[in-house]
Write a protein that binds this ligand. Structure first.
Ligand SMILES: Cc1cc2nc3c(=O)[nH]c(=O)nc-3n(C[C@H](O)[C@H](O)[C@H](O)COP(=O)(O)O)c2cc1C
Length: 276
């Protein structure tokens, strides 16, 4: 029984969540592989019996690269799947929609959840000594209840399937609650507008020493050095990895992020060049 957890993480929260979930599942005991979608193309995936997909919510949706990746996954052929997202506040049903998409590709939906993590879109506008930032840093990341609940469910299901149960027995419904569709649509639309505005706001200030870490770490390949200066193209996923990873804190989203907080995952050690 092999569980494969695939994830995308811009700044480390989902990377942390994916490994947290794997550690919980391994206690059952189960075999769990964790892979970033930046590490392995969808046609080169290791064999698996149950697939987990994790991602940060971007404007109420899955990030651009994850949505494209899911479309290229091998057919589910009746295998189980689950989805989880990390979010700053409101997921707008993003993990439910990802799981629904997997269902359309032949996977059996087994569970989904969202877990609150620091909103890495808000964070770079917070002062480094702000109360809110302290609260985010001091949160107990050793106990993430939504992920614990998901791990318990998936763990028990995996053991039952291993003993011969049919995955369809554990299939969940993915209903959209009345009224929530309108709120979700509004949220997505609002963020969409903001995204267009935000994409034009990136720049590297005078602290940039052309170390090129942003060029190498950008998952969209959207950053280049042109005439000795950092240039941002028009393929940005808005994951904010460049801004949070820059060792000089030179990458800004407008003036509001200068000298403000940066984030490298819950343990402060997210390194996308080593573990994307
Ligand atoms: C462009 C962008 C849009 C976001 N949109 C939402 C959102 O709609 N709802 C929400 O709760 N969090 C939102 N967030 C916050 C992230 O989902 C959250 O911080 C996530 O844990 C980041 O995960 P990562 O570190 O793995 O990239 C957004 C972040 C970014 C950068």
């Amino acid at each position: 029984m092999q569980i494969l957890i695939l994830y995308f993480s811009g700044t480390g929260n989902t990377h942390y969540a994916a490994h947290y979930l794997a550690r919980r599942l391994e206690r059952f005991p189960l075999e769990v592989l964790v892979r970033s979608i930046e590490q392995v193309p969808p046609d080169k995936l290791p064999a698996f019996d149950i697939l987990g997909v994790g991602f940060p919510v971007h404007g109420g949706e899955a990030p651009i690269p994850l949505a494209a990746y899911i479309r290229s996954l091998p057919p589910g052929d009746g295998r189980g799947a689950f989805a989880f997202c990390t979010k700053g506040a409101f997921a707008a049903g993003a993990s439910r929609r990802v799981l629904r998409r997997l269902t359309e590709q032949g996977y059996i939906p087994l569970g989904e959840t969202g877990v609150n993590m620091p909103g890495i879109d808000l964070l770079p506008f917070l002062a480094k000594d702000s109360w809110l930032l302290r609260k985010m840093v001091e949160k107990n990341y050793n106990h993430l209840k939504p992920l614990d609940r998901l791990a318990s469910r998936i763990g028990e299901i995996a053991l039952a399937i291993k003993q011969g149960d049919d995955p369809t027995e554990f299939k969940i419904q993915l209903p959209t609650l009345p009224g929530s569709k309108t709120i979700e649509k509004l949220w997505i639309k609002l963020y969409d507008r903001m995204a267009i505005w935000l994409r034009g706001k990136f720049y590297a200030d005078e602290r940039c020493n052309l170390c090129r870490l942003c060029v190498r770490a950008c998952p969209a390949g959207n950053i280049q050095v042109v005439d000795g200066r950092i240039r941002f193209g028009d393929r940005c996923y808005l994951c904010l990895r460049c801004l949070h990873q820059c060792p000089q804190e030179a990458i800004q989203l407008g003036q509001g992020t200068v000298g403000k907080a940066r984030w490298r995952g819950p343990m402060g050690d997210f390194n996308p060049l080593v573990h994307p």
